[in-house]
Design a protein around this ligand. Structure first.
Ligand SMILES: C=CC(=O)SCCNC(=O)CCNC(=O)[C@H](O)C(C)(C)COP(=O)(O)OP(=O)(O)OC[C@H]1O[C@@H](n2cnc3c(N)ncnc32)[C@H](O)[C@@H]1OP(=O)(O)O
Ligand SMILES: NC(=O)C1=CN([C@@H]2O[C@H](COP(=O)(O)OP(=O)(O)OC[C@H]3O[C@@H](n4cnc5c(N)ncnc54)[C@H](O)[C@@H]3O)[C@@H](O)[C@H]2O)C=CC1
Length: 330
């Protein structure tokens, strides 16, 4: 039994609250692989969970953090041994089991990924759920016959984690990327990581018609609401709209026209529950031909575990810029 520090989230008679506590490894959620955490990251979902502004945890109390990378200290599963470097994203972390915001985390072997040789634990957490989600979207889009010849991919919420890693990954995979963002002062940055064009979302005027002239081959949407509804009529025949997020709104008011006239497909992207074989394929691509080329640039902030909550407010107010990683034992 080892005593350690964790960012733990409670909801009980005393209300919703979270902060740094000391706990014992024996109290961690069950699993075969005990990991000494080195790095984690901050995703929008972590901010919802840490503040209680979203219904993320489905059991209390739990350690926060949907991502983790570190070193195995003990394993009852023969697939892993002491000293192995591993990572996990989603997979119930900070939803139904203790997550990565602790010096130790216990993982089911079924959800533990051996760290690819081309990534460090720190790089794996710059990628984290954000990069995994962007790559999962690209995988699903290409499986549904998305091709660069159909036209540019519009990426909304472009200055956020999924947005920036999406720009890097899609451009590396040969797509022209148009970044949609409300932060024009960041456009040079977005061009440097792979965007061909940047569009100020405050200047966007959607016609409101059910169909409009096709302008984009596909869409990676982090925003939802009127933004998503505005882009659907602009997608070229048989293009895909990969729907990831709700940073603007969870609502969607639209018509069936783009789907039944242009054959546009809506692909729901749910990173947390991705099946193991697909998960392995996504990490194989992320550590190989789709490995983001600008990880150090996209990692704009590093915080200590004690300071993780300081990031949540800005993130939920739309102020994100790139990826924040959490130094735990790294
Ligand atoms: C990195 C990923 C992301 O960022 S995704 C975006 C962040 N996620 C969210 O904001 C979702 C937060 N969740 C909610 O707002 C609510 O759970 C809800 C609106 C989706 C549903 O709330 P409601 O109170 O109406 O119902 P329940 O919470 O009781 O759920 C109904 C039903 O759905 C199942 N379910 C809910 N969440 C999940 C989940 N994350 N994964 C799988 N299944 C989920 C829940 O178990 C219930 O099913 P049942 O069969 O009745 O058990
Ligand atoms: N479906 C899935 O598996 C996943 C979903 N997500 C979701 O994707 C979204 C992005 O996640 P992260 O990149 O981690 O967050 P982030 O906070 O890093 O990025 C959010 C981006 O959206 C922008 N934004 C915020 N409010 C906006 C608004 N009203 N209109 C337009 N843009 C707005 C922000 O400026 C920022 O660029 C979130 O909604 C998150 O919940 C993220 C990862 C996985």
């Amino acid at each position: 039994m080892t005593s350690f520090r964790a960012f733990r989230i409670h909801q009980d008679d005393a209300g919703y609250r979270a902060g740094i506590e000391t706990m014992d490894t024996e109290a961690l959620s069950p699993g075969e692989v005990l990991v000494r955490a080195e790095w984690s990251s901050v995703n929008y979902k972590d901010a919802l969970a840490g503040t209680g502004k979203g219904k993320i945890l489905r059991s209390f109390p739990l350690n926060g953090g949907i991502d983790v990378a570190g070193t195995v200290v003990a394993s009852t599963d023969p697939s892993f041994k002491e000293g192995d470097k591993v990572l996990a994203t989603g997979s119930g972390l900070s939803e139904t089991r203790d997550g990565g915001y602790g010096e130790y985390v216990r993982l089911p072997a079924a959800w533990t990924i051996a760290l690819p040789a081309t990534l460090t634990t720190r790089e794996a957490m710059i990628v984290g759920t954000a990069g995994f989600t962007a790559a999962l979207a690209l995988l699903r889009m290409t499986e549904n016959r998305q091709a660069p010849s159909q036209g540019p991919i519009a990426i909304t919420g472009a200055t956020g984690g999924v947005g920036m890693l999406g720009i890097d990954i899609f451009s590396r995979a040969g797509y022209e990327v148009h970044a949609i963002s409300g932060k024009p002062d960041r456009f040079d940055f977005l061009r440097n990581i792979g965007a061909s064009e940047c569009v100020d979302r405050h200047q966007l005027v959607f016609s409101g018609r059910p169909m409009d002239s096709a302008k984009y081959g596909g869409l990676l949407d982090n925003v939802g609401g009127k933004t998503l509804a505005g882009f659907l009529p602009l997608i070229a025949p048989y293009g895909n709209a990969a729907i990831c997020g709700l940073a603007g709104s969870p609502e969607l008011a639209t018509t069936v026209m783009p789907f039944i006239i242009r054959g546009v497909s809506v692909l729901g992207i749910a990173s947390a529950g991705t099946a193991r074989d697909v998960r392995d394929e996504v990490w194989r691509r992320l550590s190989g031909d789709w490995k983001p080329r600008h990880l150090d640039t996209i990692c704009t902030k590093e915080v200590a575990l004690e300071d993780v909550a300081s990031v949540f407010g800005t993130m939920l107010e739309g102020g994100s810029f790139g990826r924040t990683i959490v130094r735990i034992g790294g």
